[in-house]
Design a protein around this ligand. Structure first.
Ligand SMILES: [Fe+2]
Length: 330
């Protein structure tokens, strides 16, 4: 099992694995912080909670703790026509919760089977702990990210909402391209932060109505690298920082900062580039009014193979226009 999965994924994978192995219903109760996350993540988990609650109700146990007090762990026992097996989850030598396996009376737990289940669950504690730590870091990073975005938006009134729209369009493209939820999360965060490097540019330049001088223009062109510098300081965000660094590169190698070409540009940056341009064309700026959606589509198509990766654009064009229009109107 990979260790970079998020918490809900880990629980879900463990449940699927144990279900397949035992043919029973699996259900986790995890103490403290884990409980809420566990209960509310996926529909499948809800059903299992409901199922176990039903059993407990039928047996007049109002709380799970009663069941845990009366029945032994590591020994299968019969409970109202079902076989139950309770295994504690130990993380760093402390008890963090329990796994319940429930199945029909006709299917007794065999010794060998119990051994395999115990083996899997002895590893599960480590995996759950790791995924939880990763999730915590993500949550913390997300808070930092949100405050960074607020800081940019406070300076540059015309780009207010731009980052969110770029993230939403990038998300649709990534989904169309069939990326995993992990990659989609990465794209989402990079898209929200893509212009964070503008923090270092003066408000006068950002909101200037007149034509920019060459010096001012050069300052603006530095924002992808500035963004990289800022985001790469945050723990575990180096990859996000790299996506940000290359969001102004062009497929034909004429972009900046490094003039990367074609597939040398990270795919996530190529996706954000299409979403960014599309939204920039349709939104109002200090020096002009936003153009129509038709005009934006036209611009994207004209630049296939020049500014944009043809495959990314192909996927972008596959998305229903209604969905894109809904985002643009936010
Ligand atoms: Fe940008």
């Amino acid at each position: 099992m990979r260790l970079d999965l998020d918490f809900a994924d880990v629980i879900n994978k463990l449940i699927t694995l144990l279900e397949g192995l035992t043919g029973g219903d699996i259900f986790f109760v995890l103490k403290n912080n884990y409980v809420e996350r566990h209960y509310y993540t996926k529909n499948g988990i809800w059903k299992k909670i409901h199922f176990i609650k039903q059993i407990l109700k039928e047996n007049k146990y109002r709380k799970l703790n009663h069941m845990l007090k009366e029945y032994p762990v590591y020994y299968p026992f019969l409970l109202k026509g079902n076989y139950c097996y309770i295994i504690p989850i130990i993380i760093k030598n402390s008890l963090k919760g329990y796994t319940f396996i429930v199945r029909e009376k006709t299917r007794e737990f065999k010794e060998q089977e119990i051994e395999v289940i115990n083996n899997i669950l002895s590893q599960a504690g480590v995996v759950i702990e790791n995924s939880f730590l990763i999730e915590e870091t993500h949550a913390m990073n997300f808070e930092i990210v949100k405050s960074l975005v607020k800081a940019i938006e406070a300076k540059d009134t015309y780009t207010k909402g731009h980052s969110q729209r770029v993230a939403a369009i990038s998300n649709l493209i990534a989904k169309e391209m069939g990326f995993t939820p992990q990659t989609m999360k990465k794209i989402d965060m990079a898209a929200v932060l893509h212009d964070v490097g503008k923090i270092g540019i003066s408000e006068k330049i950002l909101n200037k109505v007149e034509r920019l001088t060459e010096e001012e223009y050069n300052q603006i062109r530095k924002h992808p690298e500035n963004g990289y510098e800022i985001v790469s300081q945050i723990k575990n965000m180096l990859q996000i920082a790299e996506i940000i660094k290359y969001h102004h590169e062009k497929w034909d190698g004429t972009g900046y900062p490094e003039k990367l070409e074609g597939e040398f540009i990270p795919i996530e940056s190529r996706i954000i580039s299409v979403a960014d341009t599309f939204d920039a064309i349709t939104s109002d700026r200090s020096y002009r009014k936003g153009a129509s959606i038709e005009k934006a589509y036209e611009e994207i198509m004209i630049n296939i193979g020049k500014q944009f990766d043809p495959f990314v654009v192909k996927n972008f064009l596959n998305i229903e226009r209604e969905k894109i229009i809904k985002i643009i109107k936010i």
